[in-house]
Design a protein around this ligand. Structure first.
Ligand code: SF4
Ligand code: SF4
Length: 168
C-alpha cells in the first residue's frame, strides 16, 4: 500500500482583496482616524507636568525639620542600599539626637529608586520624593550632598502620610 506524505503548511492563502492591499490600507487608515478622536494619553511635557501619586518613588531625599535634618547618621540606609549609592559620615551634636550626618551623599547615577533606604530608616529621615527630573552634564554632578538632598518636611507630607499607612 502506497504511503502518502502530507506536508502541513502554516501559510495562509491570501484572498483576492488581501492581495490588492488597498482594502487593508483603508482599514489601517480608518483605525488611525478613529484613534485621533480618542482621549489622549500623552502629555505635552514640560509645559504639562505630571504630578505623581504619593506612592511614586522618585529620587530619595532627606527630611529637613526646623532644627535641621532628621537623620541621626545611623548608617542603616547606606548598609541596605543594593547599589552602594549612599555615603554617610557621622559626627556628634549637642542636640537630643546626639549624632548627625556631617556628610551625606547619594550618587544618583547609581540609585535604582528601590526605596530600601526609606524602608530601613528608623527615623523616617530619608524618603522617596516625587522628583523625577534628573539630568547631569558630568558624572560628579550626580553626587547629591545635603545641600540638594534636604527638603522641608512640609513638602513631603504626602509621602510621610503614605508611609504611615503603608508601614502601619
Ligand atoms: S533608593 Fe535604593 S538604590 Fe537608591 S539610594 Fe535608596 S537604597 Fe540605594
Ligand atoms: S537617613 Fe535614616 S537610616 Fe540613613 S543614616 Fe539617617 S537615620 Fe540612619
Amino acid at each position: 500500500m502506497a504511503t502518502k506524505t502530507v506536508i502541513a503548511s502554516s501559510t495562509k492563502r491570501m484572498t483576492f482583496w488581501e492581495k490588492l492591499y488597498l482594502p487593508e490600507i483603508a482599514k489601517g487608515m480608518g483605525l488611525t482616524l478613529k484613534q485621533m478622536f480618542q482621549p489622549k494619553f500623552t502629555r505635552e511635557y514640560p509645559e504639562e507636568r505630571y504630578e505623581p501619586a504619593a506612592s511614586y518613588r522618585g529620587r530619595p531625599v532627606l527630611v529637613q525639620e526646623d532644627y535641621g535634618e532628621r537623620c541621626v547618621a545611623c548608617g542603616l540606609c547606606s548598609r541596605v542600599c543594593p547599589a552602594i549609592a549612599i555615603e554617610v559620615q557621622a559626627a556628634e551634636t549637642p542636640q537630643e539626637k546626639e549624632r548627625f550626618p556631617s556628610l551625606f551623599e547619594i550618587n544618583m547615577l547609581r540609585c535604582i529608586f528601590c526605596g530600601f533606604c526609606e524602608e530601613a530608616c528608623p527615623e523616617e529621615a530619608i524618603v522617596m520624593s516625587k522628583d523625577y527630573e534628573l539630568t547631569f552634564r558630568r558624572p560628579e554632578d550626580a553626587i547629591f550632598g545635603k545641600d540638594r538632598l534636604l527638603v522641608p518636611v512640609a513638602k513631603l507630607q504626602d509621602r510621610l502620610e503614605y508611609l504611615r499607612l503603608y508601614k502601619g
